[in-house]
Design a binder for this molecule. Sequence first.
Ligand SMILES: [Zn+2]
Ligand SMILES: [Zn+2]
Length: 143
Amino acid sequence: MRTPEELTERFRALGLKVTPQRQGVFHALWGNDSHPTAEAIWDRVRETMPTVSLRTVYQVLNDLIDLGEIGAVRLGTSSVRFDPNIDGHDHFVCRGCGRVHDVHATAMVELPADHYPDFEVEATQIVFRGRCPACARITAVPS
Ligand SMILES: [Zn+2]
Ligand SMILES: [Zn+2]
């Protein structure tokens, strides 16, 4: 993701309004690797701008997705998560603490061409599920 300043310039160049609320969303996303929900971003923006609406936050998130600046990730949790990291990567979801980690799988996953000859794959995203090191330590029971 670009810096909040670069995003401001890009929005202006495209003729999109750059309001303090929009910039608040840029800042809430910048360097944020927690894969926040829209509500989590809203909470963060409201710390400094109590009047911003969730609707505005959604609008900015959708604009950023349309521009390819952030990704939307569906991880099988209740709501969509937003990801400022748009480099290809996979996710690990911890069932203990619920945290989402960026991970890089070692092997390419492919559809066997003999079974799916006419499918054109454009993207692959793998979701690993389990327990992160911290949670695995807490719940480890000697056998
Ligand atoms: Zn965990
Ligand atoms: Zn991610």
